[in-house]
Ligand binder design. Structure first.
Ligand SMILES: *[C@@H]1O[C@H](CO)[C@@H](O)[C@H](O)[C@H]1NC(C)=O
Ligand SMILES: *[C@@H]1O[C@H](CO)[C@@H](O)[C@H](O)[C@H]1NC(C)=O
Ligand SMILES: *[C@@H]1O[C@H](CO)[C@@H](O)[C@H](O)[C@H]1NC(C)=O
Ligand SMILES: *[C@@H]1O[C@H](CO)[C@@H](O)[C@H](O)[C@H]1NC(C)=O
Ligand SMILES: *[C@@H]1O[C@H](CO)[C@@H](O)[C@H](O)[C@H]1NC(C)=O
Ligand SMILES: *[C@@H]1O[C@H](CO)[C@@H](O)[C@H](O)[C@H]1NC(C)=O
Length: 261
């Protein structure tokens, strides 16, 4: 077998929360981006679209059919995320003049039976070619979790690395997408396999790994392995195997999807 080089120049982080029954209001989400052109705008910049998708508990964070139809911004007043921007958290000197965009999304869906509201927003921004930096929505007040890797009140971080340098194929890369429902329930006992659905407009070879806190705060206090039941495994192919031991336990984990070259 040849030697593999793991290049994490594309990354995308998904906060996945298992079996949430809780009173806190933020249930996780994901951030990704894609350039609108593979070659740049021709003026030293490239236009990218940043997509943020988040879940909150319904009806505390309210949405209805009228609000979806009217493309209304979700009202977060008094709750996690209110007034918060998607800030640069790392390598900001090479952010290509990134001006933080808000995290407050438009109400796109809700479920009265499952008890959540989903919001999404797309922002078009111009950045200098060659920019390389990380942005994140970071806050506290996750629902109470069974295991915290740090008992710090549920801090979490949902981050995305934006890399606008040309790749060996002479193009800009599209970030991978993992359209995972951030909130799923699993049966008690018996290993449960969850396939995290990842895809990428470039059909690049994608791999999953647990997010880490080593150089960049990718996961706050929801870092595997500590935040998951022991013997949980995340395979490179994005299959997550987890064993839940007790009814109503709640776990969260942050997964990073990267391009494998
Ligand atoms: C949806 O919510 C808005 C704002 O709270 C309200 O004005 C509207 O009447 C509601 N629509 C329905 C169909 O309940
Ligand atoms: C490139 O993008 C930056 C940041 O948005 C902006 O200030 C600058 O005017 C843009 N340059 C051109 C040539 O559009
Ligand atoms: C930021 O830059 C440093 C040094 O170039 C690098 O080691 C680190 O991984 C970068 N972090 C991200 C993903 O922004
Ligand atoms: C990760 O870093 C953040 C910010 O420095 C910190 O609050 C958190 O406790 C760290 N998580 C772990 C698991 O060490
Ligand atoms: C992913 O890899 C694991 C371990 O090799 C394997 O058991 C599982 O079937 C694979 N999943 C898919 C969807 O290929
Ligand atoms: C789990 O939660 C449900 C609904 O709140 C409750 O009826 C049930 O007793 C709980 N089970 C355990 C083992 O705590």
């Amino acid at each position: 077998m040849s030697t593999n080089t793991f290049l994490s120049y594309l990354s995308f982080i998904n906060l996945i929360i298992f079996n949430v029954r809780a009173s806190n209001h933020f249930y996780g989400g994901s951030i990704t981006y894609k350039p609108t052109t593979s070659f740049g705008n021709g003026d030293g910049n490239v236009t990218i679209i940043i997509t943020q998708t988040y879940l909150w508990s319904y009806p505390t964070i309210y949405c209805n059919d009228t609000l979806v139809r009217n493309q209304a911004l979700i009202d977060l007043l008094g709750h996690t995320g209110y007034g918060v921007n998607l800030n640069c958290i790392s390598n900001c000197s090479t952010s290509g003049s990134y001006q933080p965009v808000p995290i407050t999304p438009y109400c796109t869906d809700y479920s009265t039976s499952l008890g959540f509201t989903i919001g999404q927003r797309l922002d078009t921004v111009n950045l200098a070619l060659g920019s390389y930096f990380s942005v994140a929505f970071q806050s506290t007040s996750l629902p109470p979790l069974t295991l915290y890797s740090a008992q710090d009140g549920g801090s979490w971080s949902t981050a995305c690395t934006i890399d606008l340098s040309f790749k060996p194929n002479g193009r800009l890369n599209f970030a991978p997408i993992a359209p995972m429902p951030p909130y799923i329930s699993i049966p008690v006992n018996g290993p449960q396999s969850i396939q995290i659905p990842v895809f990428d407009a470039d059909s690049d070879n994608l791999r999953c790994r647990f997010a880490t806190n080593s150089s960049v705060n990718e996961c706050g206090s929801v870092c595997a392995p500590d935040s998951l039941p022991s013997s949980s495994v995340l395979f490179h192919n994005c299959t997550l195997v987890i064993v839940g031991h007790n009814a109503n336990d709640t776990y969260a984990v942050t997964v990073q999807v990267t391009l494998f070259v």
